[in-house]
Design a protein around this ligand. Structure first.
Ligand code: F3S
Length: 289
C-alpha cells in the first residue's frame, strides 16, 4: 500500500494566512471597489479567485502606474503581504484610498532594521533576489546606496571601500546556509559587518522538513505557484535529495500515471499554497492505491 507523507509545514505561513483572510474579508464586506497593490500572495489560483470576487488586482510591475491613474477616493487598496516602500503609502494617501496593509510583520521588521541601520550611518545590503517585490519594498526603505546582492561576485562588483560599515539583512525566503556563507566571506574580506538574520522561520522549517521527507521517499511532490520563489526553492532542495521531484501548481497538473511506480510519496507546498489545493493533491495521491 502506498504511503503518503504530508509535511506539517506545507502551505500558508502565518503572514500569508493573515493576508489572505484580510483580503477575503475586504472583498466580501467592502462597499466600494477593492484594489490590490501587487498580487497579495504569489498564487495564481488565489489571485484568480479574488478577481472573480471583484477585487481588481494590479500586477506588481505596473501597480504604481495603475494607482496613479485612479481618480481620488476610488476605494480600498490592499497592500500585498510582501510589503511595499514608503512611496507607495504616500501615493495611496495622495489618492485618498482607504489603505489596508497586509504586509507580514516579519517583513515590516526588516523595513525598520534598514531605517535604523541607515540612521546609524551604516550602508545596508540586502541579500536576495533584486526583482522580488519583497526586496524592492525593503530597498525602498533604505538610502539610495542600499544594494541587493546574491553572492560574493555581486558584492565585489559594488567595490565598497573597506571603511564603510555594512549592515546586512536577508530576503525572508533566502536560504540560510547561503546567507551565512556570504556574510562570513564579506567579514573575511575585512569589512565591519553587522548581520541581521531576517530569514523567516516558517521558511526554514518548511525547507528543513521538505528536505528530510524528500530524502526518505521515492517521489516528492511540491505544490505552489510558478511565481512563488519559496516554492521554487523547495523544488530545488527536494530535487537535490530526491530525483523524482514533481512541481505542480494544482491537483489538475498532477499526472497520476507518473506516480504509479512509487510507493512512498512525500508532499509539501510553498507558503502561498491554499489548503484546499494541498488536500486535492493529497486525495489524488492516496486514491491511486
Ligand atoms: Fe511572513 Fe514568513 Fe510568511 S515572513 S509572509 S511568515 S514566510
Amino acid at each position: 500500500k502506498r504511503e503518503v507523507i504530508l509535511a506539517e509545514s506545507a502551505g500558508f505561513c502565518f503572514g500569508v494566512q493573515k493576508a489572505v483572510e484580510t483580503v477575503y474579508r475586504e472583498a466580501e464586506e467592502s462597499k466600494d471597489t477593492v484594489y490590490s497593490y501587487g498580487a497579495i500572495i504569489h498564487n495564481e489560483e488565489v489571485v484568480r479567485d479574488l478577481t472573480e470576487k471583484g477585487v481588481v488586482v494590479f500586477e506588481d510591475e505596473d501597480a504604481a502606474a495603475k494607482v496613479r491613474a485612479l481618480p481620488e477616493e476610488a476605494g480600498t487598496i490592499i497592500l500585498r503581504s510582501h510589503g511595499v516602500g514608503p512611496e507607495v503609502y504616500r501615493l495611496c494617501e495622495e489618492k485618498k484610498l482607504r489603505i489596508v496593509d497586509t504586509a507580514c510583520p516579519f517583513v515590516n521588521k526588516i523595513h525598520r532594521i534598514v531605517q535604523t541601520e541607515n540612521r546609524k550611518g551604516r550602508r545596508v545590503l540586502i541579500v536576495g533576489d533584486p526583482k522580488h517585490p519583497e526586496v524592492e519594498g525593503i530597498r525602498a526603505w533604505g538610502r539610495a546606496d542600499t544594494a541587493v546582492i546574491r553572492d560574493e561576485e555581486e558584492f565585489l562588483a559594488l567595490q565598497i571601500p573597506k571603511d564603510v560599515p555594512l549592515s546586512v539583512v536577508a530576503q525572508t525566503t533566502f536560504r540560510l546556509p547561503k546567507f551565512k556563507m556570504l556574510v562570513d566571506k564579506i567579514r573575511e574580506l575585512g569589512y565591519d559587518i553587522a548581520c541581521f538574520n531576517t530569514i523567516c522561520n516558517a521558511t526554514q522549517e518548511r525547507q528543513a522538513e521538505a528536505k528530510k521527507i524528500a530524502s526518505e521517499v521515492d517521489a516528492m511532490i511540491v505544490i505552489g505557484g510558478k511565481n512563488s520563489s519559496n516554492t521554487r526553492k523547495l523544488v530545488e532542495i527536494c530535487s537535490a535529495v530526491c530525483p523524482h521531484t514533481f512541481y505542480v501548481r494544482t491537483a489538475s497538473e498532477l499526472d497520476p500515471e507518473l506516480l504509479a511506480p512509487f510507493q512512498r510519496i512525500g508532499i509539501t507546498a510553498g507558503a502561498s499554497t491554499p489548503k484546499h489545493i494541498i488536500e486535492e493533491v493529497q486525495a489524488i495521491v492516496r486514491a491511486e492505491f
